[in-house]
Write a protein that binds this ligand. Sequence first.
Ligand SMILES: Nc1ncnc2c1ncn2[C@@H]1O[C@H](COP(=O)(O)OP(=O)(O)O)[C@@H](O)[C@H]1O
Ligand SMILES: [Mg+2]
Length: 308
Amino acid sequence: MNNSERISSGIEGLDVLLQGGMIKNSINSIVGSSGTGKTTFALAYVYQGLLEGDHILYLSFEEPPSKLMLEAESLGIKIKEIAKNHDDLIHLVESEKIVEFMTNILPALAQKLKHKNLKHTRIILDPLTPILWEFPSEKDQRKVLTKIYHHLSSLGTVLQTVEEPNAFGQTDIGSIETRVPIYLSDSVVHIQNLGLGGKYNRTCKIVKSRRTAHHEGIYPLSFSYGPGIVIDTSTIKDNIKNLPSQDFRYIELMQKVKAMSKDKDPKKRIIAQIANNLLGDRQKNETKDNLELVNALTDPQILQEVRK
Ligand SMILES: Nc1ncnc2c1ncn2[C@@H]1O[C@H](COP(=O)(O)OP(=O)(O)O)[C@@H](O)[C@H]1O
Ligand SMILES: [Mg+2]
């Protein structure tokens, strides 16, 4: 097999960002705080797999299959319509069985299936977080996950979701709850609900993707009936020549953000932190995507929010 063969993620915009999709037999993480859309990503990934005739092994560590099917339906992801037997798609692993499941059952199952020479399988671990809680030390997490990934990636392409334990609008992707899975993943997509309102209320960014010259920007994300999630990559096609460091609005905005980060009002400091997360080192890393972000952050609606 060509070791850079890609599969579609099921989200058009994400495929654009990832140069066509995920690399076959790789480990991919969707990281975000609660309600950002991780499970919706996973459901779109399943739907795409069904369209392509892949096997699906969806391991849910939280929600029962019936609930996940209802969520898919509410967003127009038609898994039920095309799956021959949708009862077999999603398996709930209860918390008291997680350790036994991860350390023994799953590697044995993967080993067995591997020799059956099945077609490509899409494996979903949603969310990985309860497994991490069972192995509090990073050393143990690394040991267990490395073993699991070794077996699962020989079967197919893994998509795992990871809870980012932060308050609304804040972010710390390097937290203890996310560090090991991010470190071991081939690709990491960070989704956020920034609470800024407008186009950049929810965003998506590729943190890493091995063997991929991926796009570096922060892109608007929204929920939509049909695909489930839409990532707006329209700025990529634009040929904007102005670079942010030459753009007076960018310079002005960053001065404002800097002043605000020292404000007595904690609310202003939080907004400054969000703005800085979005734009902070963009100046060094000049891309055409930045101008779109500057436009978004100088949007009157957002500025009004900042002034509050
Ligand atoms: N039918 C819908 N229309 C619009 N937004 C929806 C719909 N269903 C879910 N959402 C949004 O998706 C969020 C939950 O997405 P989910 O994928 O379960 O997040 P996560 O797995 O990250 O916790 C909800 O909080 C809501 O904002
Ligand atoms: Mg979820």
